[in-house]
Design a protein around this ligand. Structure first.
Ligand code: ZN
Length: 321
């Protein structure tokens, strides 16, 4: 059995794991904070350290290479990360830096593409022909897997679902545009919308969850208050579901997928989010598209990106995963 190290590089954490070529197992799962403010060299050193730690914990398995998932935009052919606001990188030859340090071949792909590819390979979208997925956290990433391959488009930008415009004159997004889905339904955007309502004087127990310090309100706090029955928090979750539902309905009408997989912290909201999301998609999408599609939470929380990054290496190197 051959093994590949999968690296999931995020703005907050780096996760590495050693994945068997049949996907049956991930061993030596290790993680550390990314600490991007320490600079690119420190982050590369941390990636290399975690890859080595994973291989050591994996215990003498034959390692064929390394698959890296990174925030983009990036170039999958040259292995260069073009620009990442979260990490502060421009034209960073990440793949070749890792190859140089580890002496193993490597591949580079977008982190959200890797997460959705992982869900297709081993998770909630396993075996499906047409898959579109969202990763909802600090931002909203997306991935499209068609016929068992990531769809990259003409220049590796395909799948930026978080930057779909849902309100052309709406909220400002970190990408510079207005009204992107991410500006409404990412974790920080959910928190910001909740705080705006509190500042405007709505009735809610939310401030009590953070000892009155509104800067500590996160999407998780909103979900927690919603679970406790706070009406305003419930309304925030419902509103988020409707906005996501509009985005997912667009996806259904454009791609007619079998599965839409939704990954990330937002899935903690459970049925309070998924039920209104489903009904919004049903209301907006064409009926045959709705009838053909399952909308499901990711099945590999924390490891989808590692599985997917390793699978990208396998598919590009061996032709299959
Ligand atoms: Zn945007």
């Amino acid at each position: 059995m051959r093994y590949v190290v999968g690296i999931d590089l995020g703005g907050t954490n780096i996760v590495a794991g050693t994945v068997a070529e049949d996907g049956s197992d991930v061993v030596g799962l290790v993680s550390e904070p990314t600490l991007p403010e320490q600079g690119a060299d420190a982050v590369v050193a941390r990636i290399v350290k975690l890859a080595r730690a994973s291989m050591t914990q994996g215990g003498g398995r034959k390692i064929s290479g390394v698959g890296i998932g990174s925030p983009g935009p990036l170039n999958t052919e040259t292995g260069v990360v073009l620009l990442t606001p979260n990490l502060g990188w421009t034209n960073m030859p990440l793949r070749d830096r890792v190859v140089g340090e580890l002496g193993l071949p490597a591949t580079l792909d977008n982190d959200a593409n890797c997460a959705i590819f992982g869900e297709w390979w081993r998770g909630a979208a396993r075996g499906a022909e047409y898959v579109v997925g969202l990763t909802i956290g600090t931002g909203i990433g997306g991935g499209i897997v068609l016929g068992g391959h990531i769809y990259h488009g003409a220049s590796d930008i395909a799948g930026e679902i978080g930057h779909m415009t849902i309100d052309s004159t709406g909220r400002r997004c970190k990408c510079g545009n207005y009204g992107c889905l991410e500006a409404y339904a990412s974790g920080p955007a959910i928190a910001a919308r909740a705080v705006e309502g509190i500042s405007a004087g709505v009735e809610t127990a939310l401030p009590q969850y953070v000892d009155g310090d509104l800067s500590r309100i996160t999407a998780q706090v909103v979900y927690e208050a919603a679970h406790d029955g706070d009406l305003y928090a419930l309304e925030m979750v419902r509103e988020t579901a409707k906005l996501l539902g509009a985005g997912v309905a667009n996806i259904l009408n454009i791609f007619n997928p079998e599965v839409v997989v939704i990954c990330g912290g937002v899935t903690l909201a459970g049925d309070k989010l998924f039920a209104p999301l489903q009904s919004e998609v049903k209301r907006r999408a064409f009926k045959p598209a709705w009838e053909a599609c399952r909308i499901v939470p990711g099945a590999l929380p924390g490891t989808a990106g590692v599985y997917g990054a390793a699978a990208v290496f396998m598919q590009r190197t061996w032709g299959a995963c």
